[in-house]
Design a protein around this ligand. Structure first.
Ligand code: FAD
Ligand code: NAD
Length: 460
């Protein structure tokens, strides 16, 4: 007889670990299988987000923001410091410590909530059975009434440009560089490219970013991306649009990148480290047995309905391995909703109200549709915007650039592009709002959940 649970979750990223904890809170016996190995060679919970994504990138953004302020804007405040220097191994060590503390915290939460943790690779078999291959190779079959797939995502590789972890890196490598590269190249001016490009630029690298598309940050409202492009340029990020990379070869200690620029002319770029950040894809390799009954869509994601049900009965999928934005808080919201549905409660995630934040300077944050998206969809809009240059707090912070823009329906006045709220909220209202991660406002979310003893990130 295999060990039987109410719920088995495969993947302990922010989608999976939250689903496992919420299921346990609701009185369901819950297990979570995860195969991530941390920098110290030991199993580490928390998935991409805690180990090699949101948290470590924000730790490095914070360290380098401090250094940049010290070397650039402290003098405006009348503060001088002699011989500012950055010790990269200390900066990376601080980041590693934060990661270890947080991933260890998930293990503690699992214990407190009685979530059974399996370190190993999970494969969904027919009949909601899960084959767990432990790190030492031993295989165990466990089964459940419901299985939640939360296997996350992995970086897309450009054919012919393999990651070597030293010169050509993905997010993992870019977060673990031991000395400031003189020349830091990036392929892909998306969220990772801009955040990691900012990290290394602030502490002295020459940063060149090659982007395939002719427009900059198409995801963002054009009024906002225009200002961002101007500010990034002032900071010295060299962003080249409309580039087609044809090859990148490691020769000795440098990477030689061949590309054609926007005019079609052949160009070469030489860098010490090349980050390839051209998007991520669902991590489904080895996850599903042939007869699992779970379908993938044309993009290789696990196909789900509006409530995260897959094509197999009582098998659900959440987070980066399904449609929707690849964001930690989106996955967590799906994890909570699915656990609540399994427990017979109501649960739903509105993908139109998931907030985005790009943690560069300036930070870019938005929720809802851009003006262009509204126009493309034939929605009549009216817009309002306000520059931070006219906000005293922004001036006091030396950050008087950029603007806030609100897009509303021209006839109904319904806010479509920014959801700012002023209302008599109940704690349930606050608990139901999807808060961006990592932000200080997550504490409001957790405190509101705590009102009913269902906070996720502390034992209730
Ligand atoms: P993951 O976090 O990828 O976790 C999946 C887990 O499942 C992993 O531990 C994986 O090893 C494990 N797994 C996979 N297959 C199996 C299997 N068969 N058996 C056992 N275990 C398995 N998002 C934000 O919201 N804010 C940010 O600031 C942010 N910054 C980011 C910075 C970087 C550099 C990167 C790369 C991503 C960032 N993201 C950010 C995105 C965020 O990390 C993801 O959206 C989030 O981690 C997805 O959560 P998940 O639980 O779906 O998957
Ligand atoms: P992305 O989708 O944000 O950006 C990829 C960029 O690469 C795009 O601009 C794309 O046009 C470009 N591109 C694609 N192929 C190319 C090629 N061959 N040559 C040149 N450019 C090419 O992807 P990402 O930066 O890898 O990040 C993946 C995801 O991780 C993000 O979309 C986001 O969901 C998540 N993430 C979120 C945060 C955050 O919330 N702050 C931070 C980092 C990552």
């Amino acid at each position: 007889m295999s060990t039987q649970f109410d719920v088995i979750v495969i993947g302990a990223g922010p989608a999976g670990y939250v689903a496992a904890i919420r299921a346990a809170q609701l009185g369901l016996s819950s297990a979570c299988v995860d195969d991530f190995i941390g920098k110290d060679g030991k199993p580490a919970l928390g998935g991409t987000c805690l180990n090699v994504g949101c948290i470590p990138s924000k730790a490095l953004l914070e360290s380098t923001k401090q250094f940049h302020a010290l070397t650039h804007s402290f003098k405006d405040h009348g503060i001088t410091a002699s011989e500012p220097a950055i010790d990269v191994p200390v900066m990376i060590g601080r980041k590693d410590k934060i990661v270890k503390q947080l991933t260890g915290g998930i293990a503690t939460l699992f214990k407190a909530n009685k979530v059974k943790s399996y370190a190993g690779r999970g494969k969904l078999l027919a009949g909601k059975q899960v084959e767990v291959t432990a790190l030492d190779g031993t295989v165990e079959i466990i089964s459940a009434r419901h299985v939640i797939l939360a296997a996350g995502s992995i970086p897309i590789q450009i054919p012919g440009i393999p990651f070597d972890g030293t010169h050509v890196v993905d997010n993992v490598g870019a977060l673990n560089i031991s000395a400031v590269p003189k020349r830091f190249g990036v392929i892909g001016a998306g969220v990772i490219g801009l955040e990691m490009g900012s990290v290394w630029k602030r502490i002295g690298s020459e940063v060149t970013i090659l982007e395939a598309l002719p427009d900059f940050l198409g995801l963002v409202d054009a009024d906002i991306s225009r200002v961002a492009a101007r500010e990034y340029k002032k900071q010295g990020l060299d962003i080249k649009l409309g580039c087609k990379v044809t090859a990148a070869v490691v020769v000795g200690d440098e990477v030689q990148i061949s590309y054609t620029d926007a005019s079609g002319a052949a160009q070469q770029l030489l860098v010490d480290t090349l980050l390839v950040s051209v998007g991520r894809r669902a991590h489904t390799k080895g996850l599903l047995a042939d007869d699992s009954g779970v379908d993938l869509n044309a993009r290789g994601q696990i196909e789900v309905d509006a409530h995260n049900r897959t094509s197999a009965a009582d098998v659900w999928a959440i987070g980066d391995c399904v449609r929707g934005p690849m964001l930690a808080h989106k996955g967590s919201e799906e994890g909570i909703a699915v656990a609540e549905l399994i427990a017979g409660k109501a649960g739903h995630v509105n993908l139109d109200t998931i907030p985005w934040v790009i943690y560069t300077e300036p930070e870019i944050a938005w929720v809802g549709k851009t003006e262009q998206e509204c126009k493309d969809a034939g929605i009549p809009v009216k817009t309002g915007s306000f520059p931070f240059a006219a906000i005293g707090r922004a001036m006091a912070m030396n950050e008087a650039y950029g603007q806030v823009k609100v897009i509303a329906h021209a006839e109904t006045d319904r806010v479509l592009g920014v959801h700012m709220m002023e209302f008599q909220a109940s704690s349930e209202d606050l608990a139901r709002i999807c808060h961006a991660h990592p932000t200080l406002s997550e504490a409001i979310h957790e405190a509101a959940l705590g009102v009913d003893k269902r906070a996720i990130h502390r034992a209730n």
